[in-house]
Design a protein around this ligand. Sequence first.
Ligand code: AHR
Length: 619
Amino acid sequence: SRLSVSLDRQGAALGDLFGIFFEDLNHAADGGLYAELVRNRSFEFDPIDNRSYHALTAWEKVERGGGMAEISIQTDAPLNVKNPHYAVIEVAAGGDGVGLMNLGFNSGIPLKEGERYLFSMYAKRETDEADLLQIIVETPDGAVLAEAEVAVAGKEWVKYEAELIAKTSSHSGRLLILTKRTGSLALDMVSLFPQATFRNRPNGMRADIAQLLQELKPKFMRFPGGCLVHDGSLNADDRNSMYRWKNTIGPLHERPARRSNWGYNQTLGLGYYEYFQFCEDIGAKPIPVLPAGYDPHHKRIVPLDELGPWIDDALDLIEFANGGVDTVWGAKRAELGHPQPFGLEYIAIGNEEVGEPFFERYAYFHKAIKERYPEIKIINSSGPFPAGGEYERGWASARENGSDYVDEHYYVSPEWMLANIDRYQSFSADDPKVFLGEYASWGNTYYNALAEAAYMTGLQNNAHAVGLACYAPLLCNVDYVNWKPDLIWYNNHQVYSTANYYVQQLFMHHQGDYLLDVQAEGLGEPQFAKVKAINGKLALGANPDTARFWDIQLINNETGEKQLLQYDTANVSETNSKWRELAATDWEHYTVTFKARRLQGDKGFELSFGEQDSGNRYL
Ligand code: AHR
């Protein structure tokens, strides 16, 4: 073989190719990256979020040494109407202290010896008399880890703060708020933050998880989801609302805790300002994803003549990120502490949407954004992959509108990745570019990581077509798993990166600027075949030059029935590249054992893809 590399010719620019995707699933925000240690801090947990939830989830009543109290949840005079619930402790007898105890996430509240923690809460009493509350973090068997006192007085909501210094380390602390005075005490927004957040930002990120993200050196961060963005009602004031970014900025008690489609409650403490700040802190370009007024899960659709406020959300977000301090939303950013623009370059409209209502609405967003901000690159959605019509519809819409990117998502077997390394080779450089906004092989093994590494070489080598790519999902709390595999796993005090993480890191640390023109001779063609199943049909891809005739044996694992299919790659048409769909079977739901045998060529070999679910999934 002879390999010659030409260094003086520049190929496609690699741009911002490899980044990360943050979605609040698997408790990636609350109980994850967001450093808040109190779970259900504003008593907003609700069965709408999760059937097992109630307003006192993660809270317990405490009655010590003859103390007696009743706890109730009230809404009559809230701190803020967007967070209407608050706890009232009705003390009949103070004893040695009565009140509430928060259990935190996972095994409890983690404290590190010598470190400082900021306690805060809003409180009010039924009288103007002051009450000295004890704030204690203790182990389940009562050993005090840290403590402070807070004097609460008055009938109006007031914010109280105290600093706690941990005497001992533990990861099973409980936060207690105790009073000894009879009467009524109301509490809301009870919070405990480590002072040592990432970059010491107030309301900041958990340092160890954030550090791992920074150490990836991602070029961009897509956020805040995923299905999280478009799943919900059309009313921004509804707790079941779609993800509306304007609800996520400003004072914490004004951000409405919301139901997330991942079956838990999202405080929105990690909101758009924090996302932008975090992107800046780790050197990643922000890529926000906005809903397009269409929930494909529940088929909720904003009428076209009511789309204005949704489009305004997108325009206002760009102004919030980039506008001068003399603009309405730029001024808001400055007021929150960041007068300099955040330098937004990309915006995504929609996530994995299926259905004409999305594409109809996308066109309005696209036009309005390009008219006002022609420099902003807009990402369209290709719908789920590979689903034939819907997927093609996404690409058609992107071409019609002139989208800069099309967002593709797939979760596949490692074998699929190995067989599809050249997937983007045939994509045209004149088309919108691919944003591979979610991808992973099914697993966290070394084999998965290697297959992903191989696949990423294909993304890189086809930078004429692929502009941006990010693995998904990113984060997972081991005790609240919605989806796996994930890139980084953690509990309340430990964090582990996976083999897949190190592959991502390798590629991100060594992102180049341009592809170099590589001339290779004598290396031969790759000798693997590709298989996929689409709507009950099998398809095989192979190099017609080196492997022309194939036998495919399909075994229905439920009935034992077998079919032998014969395949001649000479029949492959130009339009579907080296792929051909075979009318394989009318079995609708089955798992198959798939074997392909090359009948002609230098040497025969057999591929076995094991048992796979055939439904619309690549094998
Ligand atoms: O990454 C998990 C989910 O997968 C995302 O929310 C969604 O976009 C996709 O279906």
